[in-house]
Write a protein that binds this ligand. Structure first.
Ligand SMILES: C[S@@+](CC[C@H](N)C(=O)[O-])C[C@H]1O[C@@H](n2cnc3c(N)ncnc32)[C@H](O)[C@@H]1O
Length: 512
């Protein structure tokens, strides 16, 4: 077999999951918060995902953004076949999936390629050899529209410095076998355990090894195989990536982790002073990585970033509608942020969340709530940033039909009833133009409602039967519930909570 995988893992599919950071509305908000022009979503726009895996993110976004044209590529035929099947079953006519490698993508004449307002690549760039990284940059050079936004996530330094040796050893040990990748991974992990017991010092207390073991115990083999068994894997300093992207006229604009655009939430006052004194944006980003020590970055680049100015930024934010995404009773004001614990000021945020519980509000309306007048100095950028980065309220869009998202969700629950599984599920949300995480039981409630069940006991029976047919058990106090009566009672209880708290929210967001 000619090696079409170019050293990437090809014998096991990557698990499909939705990543909200790739949503156009989210990337726009990141740019606005950081003070840069977004892409207009008022009319049609174009979007491309490179290395889309099973296409969960692109399909969901296509369903939630009927005015966008979506295009996604991956070189793995099973991934593309699955992605197309989902698009077909959900009746999405605004998405195209192509089985192409990054080098194939740029091998034809430039004129063949469409131009995009958004290009996203999640979990791709650090796993590519230099030739493929170059092909990606060439694609970006040719295909991002002026003013277009690019999202890239990658393993970064120095947070990955203690992970490199573990990846190296795991990859070498797995390379001793000629089996399928999942078995090679297990053999390599067993060998590492023996090595560790023999006190090879470098492995002592290695946090990456601990995390790999934890994921392995959670049945995340496919994810680990794709992350650790590739021939090419290269964590980068943010400045290295920025200099590669500069060849495509892209400049770093914002973090897609919205908190990170607020230095006071991620750096101590002394750290901020040093970063400000140095006065070099790129070095400042590197220092953030030294402060946070996290192994993964989610960066937003723009081709031709245009500064907004405070007045225009405020005006854009004030016009932006926000809707609650969690039941009011579940809203939390306490936050864990990299600089420590923070609390959203109750004086400001309690009335804000109360208002949002009534109906979606624009940031301008929230700032004018009588309870805030004179009592709060909160600015539009902080309010929008805190609502969205905690994920407790998200920007809304107006217009557009909810039908494609509803079809996508019906396809999702039909798949669940047929036994499909995922480590994380997400519903397409028409009003938010993105997805929201949902648990299995919640989705089975949606399945029951879609099947016309209305009375709580009928919904609970439907959910109980679906769980039983999937061989799933309820969990209580960390243990599986085996007794049938107890299981039914727990299902009724949980279903009651979903019907009371979540279903009204789903209705407001046009999910049903
Ligand atoms: C770690 S997975 C990430 C998938 C998806 N973006 C996600 O986050 O769920 C990397 C993906 O890149 C694809 N890929 C790897 N090398 C590629 C190449 N040279 N050309 C196109 N796709 C590639 C793989 O098939 C895989 O689906």
């Amino acid at each position: 077999m000619s090696d079409w995988t170019e050293g990437y893992v090809g014998d096991l599919e990557y698990p499909g999951m939705f990543y909200a950071a790739q949503a156009p509305v989210h990337l726009n908000l990141a740019c606005i918060i950081a003070g840069f022009e977004p892409v207009s979503l008022d009319g049609a726009f174009s979007y491309c995902e490179l290395g889309c895996g099973q296409g969960v993110t692109t399909n969901l976004l296509a369903a939630a953004n009927p005015n966008g044209r979506f295009y996604a590529v991956d070189f793995h035929p099973s991934h593309i076949a699955r992605a197309r099947e989902t698009a077909r079953a959900a009746g999405l006519d605004n998405v195209v999936f192509e089985e192409r490698s990054f080098s194939e993508l740029v091998s034809g004449p430039p004129a063949e390629l469409p131009q995009f307002d958004f290009v996203t690549l999640h979990g791709i760039y650090s796993w590519m050899n230099p030739e493929n990284r170059q092909a990606i940059v060439e694609f970006l050079r040719r295909c991002v529209k002026p003013g277009g936004i690019v999202y890239v996530s990658y393993n970064c330094m120095p947070g990955w410095s203690s992970g490199g040796p573990v990846q190296h050893l795991l990859h070498r040990l797995a390379g001793l076998r000629r089996e399928r990748s999942d078995r090679r991974l297990q053999s390599a992990l067993a060998a590492i355990e023996e090595i560790e017991r023999a006190e090879f010092r470098h492995l002592a207390g290695n946090e990456f090894l601990a995390r790999i073991r934890e994921l392995n115990s959670q049945d995340a083999t496919r994810y680990l195989v794709h992350d650790y068994l590739n021939d090419c894997w290269q964590p980068l300093y943010s400045a290295e990536l920025a200099s590669e992207f500069a060849a495509a006229k892209l400049s770093f604009t914002a973090s897609a982790d919205l908190f990170e655009n607020f230095p006071e939430l991620i750096l101590t006052p002394e750290q901020r002073r040093i970063v400000t004194t140095l006065g070099d944006g790129s070095l400042g980003e590197t220092l953030k990585d030294f402060a946070l020590e996290r192994p993964f970055r989610k960066d937003v680049f723009v081709r031709g970033a245009r500064s907004l100015g405070d007045t225009r930024r405020d005006a854009l934010l004030r016009e932006m509608g926000f809707a609650l995404t969690v039941p009011r009773a579940e809203v939390r004001l306490a936050l864990e942020v990299p600089a420590g614990r923070a609390t959203l000021q109750p004086r400001t945020y309690e009335p804000v969340f109360d208002a949002l519980a009534e109906r979606p509000h624009t940031i301008g309306e929230l700032l004018q709530l009588p309870q805030l007048a004179g009592a709060s100095t909160v600015k539009a950028v902080e309010l929008a940033g805190m609502l969205a980065s905690t994920g407790q309220a998200l920007p809304t869009i107006t217009g557009g039909t909810p039908e494609p998202a509803r079809r996508f969700n019906r396809r999702l629950v039909a798949g669940l009833l047929a036994g499909e599984t995922s480590r994380r599920y997400a519903l397409a949300v028409p009003r938010l133009a993105t997805g929201l995480s949902a648990g299995l039981l919640q989705l089975l409630v949606l399945a029951a409602l879609s099947a016309g069940r209305e009375r709580p006991d009928a919904v609970a029976d439907h959910v109980h039967a679906a769980l039983a047919s999937r061989g799933e058990k309820m969990i209580r106090d960390g243990g599986l519930v085996e007794a049938e009566d107890e299981c039914r009672r727990l299902v009724r209880e949980e279903v009651g909570i979903v019907l009371r708290d979540l279903v009204p929210l789903w209705r407001k967001l046009d999910i049903i």
